[in-house]
Write a protein that binds this ligand. Structure first.
Ligand SMILES: [Zn+2]
Length: 467
């Protein structure tokens, strides 16, 4: 059916003026929003979906996640960054088979979709062989959400690598582009740069050059303690640009954040990872002070939950705490708090779309925009009585309240259930992968530090760990 009428929801548009409709209908035609009005008469051929009693809003945009780590959910709950590097980037990553990548990416994306995330930048640095890359792309295709699959060139320290050198990795990404093109349904390919300390500047330039030759968007871990000046280095080499989504940036200087701004680039903040793994405070407030729009990423479910409600809440409250600090240190109570919940909602929606250079397409609800729409039910005790809509979304709602999800006009979740996926089969396959990965780590040898990448990574991190 090409027309769908969503009836009677409380509509939070997250548009430029934060328009809120107490009750409105949304007409979807050929995947896009054709009308938003208090009452729309159903066209004769339209499917009508009753969303009365629901809060209707744009789907969330997650600008940074490694969905391949879904297979090792929760293993890093008490891990430091050093534990993470040793245990996952140099540990579990070596045990992934193509089928583990497929089921982990698929379940990771579906988990995101189920919790109202309709667009996700997937930083996929588990490309241990061409078959691994094919598996990731197949999972993206099967998940049915709007995914930007960033091909990661990181050299997982395997004892018997499938790629003989860095150039072979670029050649495999080239193969993927030739074979499938740069867009796959609602999704598209991108590139994830290797961390600056692990490759030479020439190799970084080659990764960026490959992306730009094919018009692929780029993302990269930037400004962490191991390479605090990563942004300045790219700037000095003339490689910054509007096609780069910089992740973390906790140790980037204000001058570097300005360099990102002036290049037209954007930043993804991942509050929970950054706070846990001693990466420094999220740069949300520093970006806002420079007139930039912070976006949010979940990063890893090997640590914590995969929904945007948690990140939005933590990101907002940490920024409030940072702003409260100067007054507290002066022995005063702050007279007001900021940022507000409206800003928090923008971090998770329209700012994410802007970070992907797609705010004209999604991230807010308006005429002509893609119909990426979610609805929250309000029948839980935590909606008794209901809070005002935006505070409810940002500070009260839970992932389990997401009752309805539409991506590009296609129904993906209705009446609280994802459409078109066999949960029992997914669970069984995921359990088999988890068992394989767990067993592999228990029997791991020291091959990680026997390879040049493994040694480089180990020394890059271990050099800066406090005793
Ligand atoms: Zn990351």
């Amino acid at each position: 059916m090409s027309r769908i009428l969503l009836k009677g929801g409380q509509v939070v548009t997250v548009d430029a003026t934060n328009t809120l409709h107490a009750v409105a209908d949304i007409l979807v035609e050929r995947g896009r929003i054709a009308a938003i009005a208090p009452q729309i008469a159903p066209p004769a051929d339209a499917e009508v979906i009753d969303l009365s009693g629901h809060i209707v809003l744009p789907g969330f945009v997650d600008t940074h996640r490694h969905s391949w780590q879904t297979g090792i959910r929760g293993v890093a709950a008490d891990w430091s960054l050093l534990d993470y590097v040793r245990g996952i980037r140099m540990g579990y990553a070596r045990a992934y088979r193509p089928e583990d990548v497929y089921i982990s990416v698929l379940v990771g994306l579906l988990e995101a979709l189920d919790s109202g995330i309709t667009t996700l930048c997937d930083f996929c640095h588990i490309m241990n062989s061409p078959a691994h890359a094919d598996a990731a792309l197949a999972a993206v295709r099967d998940a049915g959400m709007r995914t930007r699959l960033h091909y990661g060139f990181y050299d997982v320290p395997l004892s018997q690598p499938a790629f003989i050198d860095h150039a072979a990795r670029l050649a495999d990404a080239e193969r993927l582009v030739r074979q499938f093109g740069t867009t796959v349904g609602l999704s598209e390919l991108g590139v994830a740069l290797t961390e600056a300390k692990l490759v030479s500047p020439v190799e970084t330039a080659a990764e960026i050059g490959f992306a730009r030759r094919h018009g692929l968007p780029i993302t990269a871990h930037m400004g962490t303690l191991s390479t605090p000046d990563a942004v300045a280095r790219l700037g000095a080499d003339g490689l910054l640009g509007p096609d780069i989504l910089h992740v973390h940036c906790n140790f980037s200087s204000d001058d570097e954040l300005k360099m990102i701004r002036d290049s037209g680039g954007a930043v993804s903040c991942t509050p929970e990872t950054e706070l846990q793994m001693a990466m420094g405070f999220p740069v949300i407030g520093r970006l806002m002070a420079l007139g930039m729009a912070p976006s949010l990423g979940i990063d890893i479910v090997s640590d914590y939950s995969g929904d945007m409600f948690s990140q939005m809440r933590i990101g907002l409250q940490v920024e409030r705490a940072l702003r409260n600090e100067p007054a507290l240190r002066a022995g005063k109570m702050p007279g007001s708090i900021s940022p507000g919940v409206r800003e928090g909602l923008r971090f998770a929606t329209v700012n994410g779309a802007a970070a992907m250079n797609r705010s004209s397409e999604f991230g807010s609800l308006g005429i002509g925009k893609q119909a990426d729409i979610i609805a929250l039910r309000q029948d839980g005790l935590h909606f008794m009585p209901p809070a005002p809509a935006v505070p409810a979304i940002v500070l009260q709602a839970r992932a389990s309240d997401v009752d309805f999800v539409m991506v590009g006009g296609a129904l993906r979740k209705r009446n609280g259930r994802l459409i078109g996926h066999d949960m029992a089969r997914l669970r069984a396959t995921m359990l088999a992968t988890q068992a394989h990965l767990t067993a592999s780590l228990e029997h791991r040898d020291d091959a990680a530090t026997a390879t040049s990448t493994g040694r480089a990574y180990a020394s890059a991190i271990e050099d800066i760990v406090a005793s």
